[in-house]
Design a protein. Sequence first.
Length: 221
Amino acid sequence: MSCCSNIICNGCDYANLIRELKGSLELKCAFCRHPRISDEELELNLMKRLEANDSAAMCQMGGYRRNEGDYIAAFQNYSKAAELSDAHAHYLLTQMYYNGEGAEKDEKKEVYHLERAAIGGHPDARHDLGIVEWHKGRHARAVKHFIIAAKLGHDDSLRALKDCYRERLVSKEDFAAALRGHQGADDATKSPEREEAVVELPKLDAAIDAGICKEECQCCQ
């Protein structure tokens, strides 16, 4: 999550950091290009985004509160974001209702928010809906959810479809289409920077925080 509450992939964040460090440039947010700020300023920015009804900021704050064990505050933040049609917020509310965090366990509300998240394009929610339908014995409906999720790049849904194909619960044509869609979604999210970022970004961030970069860090040489 950036200083402006916008979500940035690790590959873009990593590529931006490497460009700035090798060029001895001022470190800036990869999204809004604002110079890097302190944790205190980050918190103030987050509060401003909350006041502006930014659903991503609400989810971010909800995550902080949830990690602290304040489930009621987390639930309230997720609920506000969901009211703004934030698909990820709906998915997070599904987890809250499932675990009984900030609200009593409620299967109907859990499935409702799962459906809203899936409609909003959330791959995990779509896959989980398939699991729900499967457990209810509605295999044909489950397969439809798995196909949609697989085309969005969801690995578990593709594995589920492979099992369904072996059991002849999905046609050869539909399975092939799901495979092509999954491959396309997977290719769209791959890049050398993202693969390298998985390994190097945590170390790079730690080096920056420790004041090591530009002197001892190999990436800056």
